[in-house]
Design a protein around this ligand. Structure first.
Ligand SMILES: Cc1cc2nc3c(=O)[nH]c(=O)nc-3n(C[C@H](O)[C@H](O)[C@H](O)COP(=O)(O)OP(=O)(O)OC[C@H]3O[C@@H](n4cnc5c(N)ncnc54)[C@H](O)[C@@H]3O)c2cc1C
Length: 461
């Protein structure tokens, strides 16, 4: 069998690329906005209609088992990507934890996952990209060609310098099973020490390392190794709930596919806000609801219908107490040496439980990523927390999110821009290399066809 069989998407890719290029070249003065069916963004956006429909660019064009690379269209979800590679015994090195995150979205948003302590961030596994620029030109960007400046600036640009149409991504071997071990700690110092040791560079290094903070005295460290060894496997796609298993089992096994998507059916643990950890609802609605994209859609409806505001208004009208809270949905990267201080701050001021902890170690060229430079080879911990903190009328809007931003800065860390940000403009550009961004914007988007990063990430443009 021809190992590339089953993929014949070059013609269709070229034809869509051609159409998009013509459409952008012929556009008037309006802003270009992406049309997309799914999104994993958690910040408010203006309701303006999208104008750039890239939805057809959602396929794997080719898998090359000899070169160990795949050619992927920019809107391909990681679910589709993984489904194209696993049957060939291959996988992308870094697969973000939610199925509908797209390859282009993860590269432009500096995506990570629990293999990132070995293989860096999603964009560090990309060999080249074709980027649709504001004048309709499609530029081939590689680290070693005339558009290396754009190649290095795409991560963390969130579609403000151009849209990625195609990527060549490295692949790794993917044995069919994952063997997991969970270690439980009462003490944060021991937990952090064990996590650092698990990320060591020796031969015994696992394939995946991550942690979950359940409480100030309850931490679980998970390591996983991919293996060919067959055996019974667990199933967390139905009645079983993965995150609960972390505290009840020492060891576990999953198929590699179920392992990669272990966090998806319960959106980590956020499914509980939708009642989906109730066994009855799970049995009744599980078939449709146990998927991160379903929660995303339900959340969008909840916001569109203004349910929270209506409930608050009703409680006020009935003279009932109204509890004020602030949504704090953030992923932050903290240098490992400052992780204990971050945890102190976190328990003192935020304390959303649980909290995901994912180690990452950027690769050799990490200092060169223009808008998301990191220290090559240094270990960072990503803390992911998604929930609400009780607030009061005396607190300014965004008080807790701003506390997170300030603390992350003080500790030498970096905050992802997929969710709400409150940075004043000057501070934002100091952090995200405004000088270089302005130069690139002037070169690749002089008429402002795409939003500006500050407008998009902070002002909700
Ligand atoms: C609960 C939760 C868990 C998360 N877990 C993870 C995780 O495990 N790992 C991780 O990496 N991230 C995680 N994220 C963050 C998520 O990866 C980012 O929000 C990512 O940018 C979403 O990508 P998307 O494909 O859904 O794109 P969208 O949400 O549709 O878009 C994201 C941004 O990227 C831009 N964009 C989209 N496609 C392209 C393209 N082809 N070219 C250029 N720009 C483009 C869009 O314009 C937009 O600004 C998590 C978020 C939440 C809320």
């Amino acid at each position: 069998m021809n190992p590339r069989q089953g993929f014949d998407n070059w013609d269709s890719y070229r034809s869509v690329r051609e159409k998009l290029s013509r459409l952008v070249a012929a556009r008037g003065d309006g802003r270009l906005r992406l049309v997309k069916d799914t999104s994993n963004l958690f910040r408010p956006r203006t309701a303006a209609e999208g104008t750039l429909d890239m939805r057809r660019l959602n396929r794997v064009i080719e898998v090359d088992p000899e070169a160990m690379t795949a050619e992927v269209e920019g809107m391909t979800t990681f679910e589709a990507f993984v489904d194209a590679t696993l049957p060939r015994g291959l996988r992308p090195p870094v697969v973000p934890e939610l199925k509908t995150i797209t390859v282009g979205g993860a590269v432009s948003g500096a995506g990570i996952e629990s293999s990132s302590f070995r293989y860096g961030l999603v964009h560090e596994n990309v060999e080249e990209m074709e980027v649709l620029c504001a004048d309709g030109t499609v530029r081939l960007c590689r680290p070693d060609n005339e558009h290396a400046d754009l190649f290095r600036a795409i991560p963390n640009s969130y579609g403000t310098l151009g849209y990625i149409l195609r990527l060549r991504v490295k692949l790794l071997a993917a044995p069919p099973y994952a063997a997991l071990t969970h270690w439980r700690y009462r003490d944060r110092v021991q937990f952090l020490a064990a996590l650092v040791a698990a990320c060591g560079r020796g031969a015994a290094m696992p394939d995946f390392v991550e942690g979950v903070v359940f409480a100030p005295d309850d931490f679980v460290l998970t390591t996983a190794r991919l293996t060919d060894e067959a055996g019974p496997v667990s199933d967390y796609t139905g009645m079983g709930i993965y995150y609960r298993s972390l505290r009840s089992r020492g060891e576990d096994r999953l198929t590699v596919r179920d392992f990669l998507w272990r966090w998806d059916p319960d959106w980590f643990w956020c499914s509980r806000s939708f009642g989906m950890q109730n066994p009855l609802l799970r049995r009744l609605l599980g078939r449709w609801m146990l998927r991160s994209s379903s929660y995303g859609k339900a959340k969008a409806l909840y916001e569109r219908w203004g349910i929270e505001e209506r409930v608050t208004a009703l409680r006020r009208a009935l003279g009932r107490p109204v509890e004020l809270s602030e949504q704090v949905i953030q992923d932050v990267e903290i240098p490992i040496d400052h992780a204990p201080e971050f945890l102190d701050f976190y328990f003192r001021e935020i304390d959303i439980r649980p909290c995901w902890v994912c180690p990452l170690r950027p690769l050799a060229a990490a200092a060169d990523w223009t808008l998301f430079a990191m220290k090559p080879g240094a270990l960072y911990l990503n803390f992911g927390f998604w929930g609400s903190v009780r607030s009061s009328a005396a607190k300014a809007a965004g008080h807790f999110n701003r506390r997170v931003e300030r603390t992350v800065q003080e500790l030498g860390g970096r905050k992802s821009l997929y969710s709400r940000s409150y940075f004043p403009e000057a501070e934002f550009w100091r952090i995200y290399n405004g000088e270089a961004y302005a130069r690139l914007k002037a070169k690749y988007d002089p008429r402002g066809a795409f939003d500006d990063l500050y407008r998009k990430a902070v002002l909700g443009g």
